[in-house]
Write a protein that binds this ligand. Sequence first.
Ligand code: SF4
Length: 234
Amino acid sequence: MPSYSHYIDSLLQWGKRNCRAFPWRKDISPYRILVAEFLLQKTNSEKAVRAYEMVMQQFPDVRSLANALPGELAKCIEGIGLRYRTDRMTAAARAIVSEFGGVVPDNMEALVTLPGIGRYIASAVLCFGFGNAVSLIDTNTARIIQRYWSFSIRASRSREDKELWEFALRLVPQSNASAYNYALIDLGALVCKSLRPACDYCPLITECANAINNQGKARSAIKRTPASASTFPK
Ligand code: SF4
């Protein structure tokens, strides 16, 4: 069984040196995190930077976004596609103004009532915007948890696996939740990739169940390979 202390210490150390510096990770507010998460849906993070900066320039707070004219917001995000999210963003902003006095809610129950906001975006706002110790499950973070802990995901989509969310929650440190979740997200994006995980560059390799399993398979494959005449120098 991999150890928790190795997992958490290695991830946090790796994150300090390798986490990416996106604008939504520097100048932080719940509103900014909300906007960033809308833009990051199905979108490469690097590509979302320009759109994020344009949205922030034109709509620096929730009320300005609520009052956005049709087309204004679409122009900001035309470079990253998925125009349907402009309707969701303005609808969410309007609901925050009309139902929460213009203040982004600080609890899961209220956040998931907003248009276009599911558990992942709500969790990101709570973690990165409010500093709450909550888990974040997307395909990248789920993959690391699955591989390191040998956790079996039962739902067809990892985001919908309730047991995974619960298991992941137990891994989140009470302090440093943002740093932990950013490290997990970035390790999944940069190192523990879906098809070819770069285990040799991973801080978790010595205790990762998947890496250990693969090393074992490689060793037995070498043992099973019969020596041929060409194996030895003449
Ligand atoms: S050791 Fe390999 S499989 Fe395990 S978490 Fe790291 S990159 Fe992923």
